[in-house]
Design a protein around this ligand. Structure first.
Ligand code: SAM
Length: 331
């Protein structure tokens, strides 16, 4: 850790905003603030955590259990690469490919690393962060190296200063307590002249017709084992029906509105039957156990970015709802 952390922008104390310094005592490693606050480094991951209620607990369990399920390197597909490069756009991809400069990238809400592994193929120094124990899955999939650092931290108590050429946050903001605060916190870590790339759930029909979502407040409070078992049982019952009608688009459309599970026979027919089942369990669990599930329209995302003073704002409907990117002007 000691050698590694110098290769990356400094971590800062989320409260005092002063740089954290690496210290080691009695065989333990810490990042320490000048006021004496200490954050432990475990498994080479600085844990910039407070004692608050951790609403991301279910995500941590999920990403450690299905650590490889959605990685392109595991599925043999380019599902994640396509989503990532669409969100980045040609210009940012070109910059990330430029080997003549060092591009600092911050990925927030990295989960098990489906985007991390693709980002690491570019000419970048990447810091991946997540509030949950998903960081432990991430370092197994994408080991710490001179180009990769992993930090466990809350985006809303961020240890990252305005040092990153690119801040990317996909599949995350809707799960945080306040989308606008989170977008501001992400924007704050962008270097002047740098870019922010985000996405967000939106108000589409499936969010209002899935009856199972009425039971989400109960399901998300079940003990972890029961939550998993429930999702697995639902998939065992309903996935064969999704499979049986996968070639009848109208039946597929109607059934997926009411079925309690998430199925990908339609969206990703390239996945094998075994992977269809794994993805269905994972994403049914994801969709029924997330603590917060917020929705935003493209225009509200645009307004939030405008309010922050962003330029070159592009917002469109796509992917999981709304996708957006913008730049922070050089003042
Ligand atoms: C649906 S998962 C997406 C993970 C990854 N981006 C992907 O698409 O596979 C959402 C992730 O956001 C993380 N997360 C939620 N709230 C967060 C916060 N306040 N700060 C940092 N990460 C957060 C969760 O722990 C979880 O790993």
């Amino acid at each position: 850790m000691k050698e590694n952390y110098r290769d990356f922008p400094p971590l800062i104390d989320p409260i005092t905003k002063e740089n954290l310094n690496y210290i080691s005592s009695e065989n333990k490693e810490y990042m320490q603030s000048s006021d004496g606050s200490k954050f432990e480094i475990l498994n080479s991951i600085p844990r910039i955590l407070y004692e608050d209620f951790d609403y991301t607990d279910a995500f941590g369990i999920q990403w450690n259990k299905w650590r490889r399920t959605q990685l392109d390197s595991f599925t043999g597909t380019n599902i994640t690469r396509k989503r990532l490069t669409r969100c980045l756009g040609d210009k940012i991809c070109e910059n990330l490919n430029d080997t003549s400069k060092e591009t600092h990238v911050l990925e927030v809400g990295c989960g098990a690393g489906r985007f991390t592994e693709v980002l690491l193929e570019y000419s970048v120094k990447l810091v991946s962060s997540d509030l949950s124990s998903a960081v432990d899955a991430n370092v197994i999939n994408c080991p710490i190296s001179p180009k990769h650092q992993v930090v466990q931290a809350d985006v809303n108590k961020s240890p990252f200063g305005p040092n990153y050429d690119l801040v990317i946050c996909l599949g995350v903001i809707q799960h945080t307590p306040n989308s606008e605060d989170t977008i501001k916190a992400l924007y704050d870590s962008v270097k002047p002249g740098g870019s922010l790339v985000i996405d967000h759930y939106t108000h589409d029909l499936k969010r209002f017709t899935k009856l199972i979502l009425l039971f989400r407040p109960i399901i998300k409070r079940l003990p972890a084992k029961q939550r998993m078992k429930f999702c697995e049982s639902m998939v065992t019952i309903f996935l064969p029906i999704h499979k049986a009608i996968k070639d009848i688009p109208f039946a597929q459309m109607i059934f997926s509105r009411i079925s309690p599970i998430t199925s990908y026979f339609h969206a990703y027919p390239e996945l094998s039957d075994e992977l269809q089942r794994e993805w269905a369990i994972l994403d049914t669990h994801d969709g029924l156990t997330d603590w917060n599930k917020r929705l935003r329209t493209p225009s509200s995302i645009r307004k939030t970015l405008e309010k922050l003073g962003a330029t070159d704002i592009e917002v469109w409907k796509g992917g999981n709802g709304v996708e957006a990117r913008c730049k922070k002007p050089i003042i």
